[in-house]
Write a new protein. Structure first.
Length: 275
């Protein structure tokens, strides 16, 4: 089994994916969905938006020989509840966690830094090797910008950074140059998230509703004028993946899609065959 922990510690580009699992109704559905990706990815990201809990899906992925990155969101939960999730995940052999405050967080919600500190403390006490991830939004910073929040999170225990969805290579390159300058990437490797968007309508919905998503006008125009928008969306994702993989500081790529999961397989296979 490929493991994200080992991959991010090497010179190899880490390849991960986040599947559209909202329609998953049970174990067999999940196995059918993830089977084509087993030999292609170092890990699959698991959110808590499925019919199954993130913990249950993560354990099923481990049983299917796929490394899970389990998302734990703080919104509406106490520190004790979060601690139980972290300890349960580690006890099952899940050693990659993505810790998020959440989009609907209210005043008093446990912060991402507190979650990272807690994970770091638990893993050190239990002598567990682990990855604790945090989220970053890609934008084009001013020349004087310093990534103070990410520095605080790495100080608190973040060991990798996953960006929000971005399909703008120039913007990511400008953003990454600041993280390289701040030497964050040596403490917390960066996984850049791309998306496979198969229609203009889908891209517009993601741009409007998905927090932090960066979809440039050039992508929208290509989808609008394409004779086959799905194939064009796959081409855009492949081109973006190839460009992102060459940006200094990018240690991995995560591929998302709200549509057909087999498109992820297609993009990864084409990417690997071109290298």
């Amino acid at each position: 089994m490929k493991r994200l922990l080992e991959s991010l510690s090497s010179e190899e580009l880490s390849i991960t994916a986040e599947l559209p699992l909202n329609g998953i109704q049970g174990v067999e559905d999940l196995r059918h969905c993830v089977a084509p990706l087993e030999s292609l990815v170092h890990a699959l990201h698991v959110s808590d938006t499925t019919g199954l809990t993130a913990l249950a899906v993560s354990k099923l992925l481990l049983d299917a020989n796929i490394d899970p990155v389990m998302q734990i969101t703080a919104a509406g939960r106490s520190m004790r509840e979060i601690e139980i999730d972290i300890q349960a995940a580690l006890s099952m052999g899940i050693n990659s966690l993505l810790l998020m405050k959440g989009n609907t967080a209210s005043p008093g919600t446990v912060s991402a830094r507190d979650m990272l500190s807690l994970t770091n403390q638990i893993c050190q006490e239990e002598r567990k090797r682990y990855l604790a991830g945090t989220i970053a939004r890609v934008f084009k910073p001013m020349a004087t910008w310093e990534p103070a929040s990410l520095i605080e999170k790495t100080n608190a225990g973040a060991t990798f950074i996953k960006t929000e969805l971005c399909l703008n290579p120039d913007m990511l390159s400008a953003y990454m140059s600041h993280l390289v300058r701040a030497k964050i990437i040596w403490r917390a490797p960066v996984i850049a998230t791309i998306g496979i968007l198969t229609s203009l309508e889908q891209a517009m919905w993601v741009k409007k509703h998905v927090q932090g998503a960066v979809i440039p006008e050039t992508v929208l125009r290509r989808l609008e004028t394409a004779q086959d928008p799905e194939k064009e969306g796959i081409r855009i994702a492949l081109e973006t993946m190839e460009t992102f993989s060459e940006i200094p500081g990018v240690a991995g790529i995560c591929i998302q899609t709200p549509a057909n999961a087999l498109n992820i397989v297609d993009v990864i296979q084409q990417f690997l065959s071109n290298r």
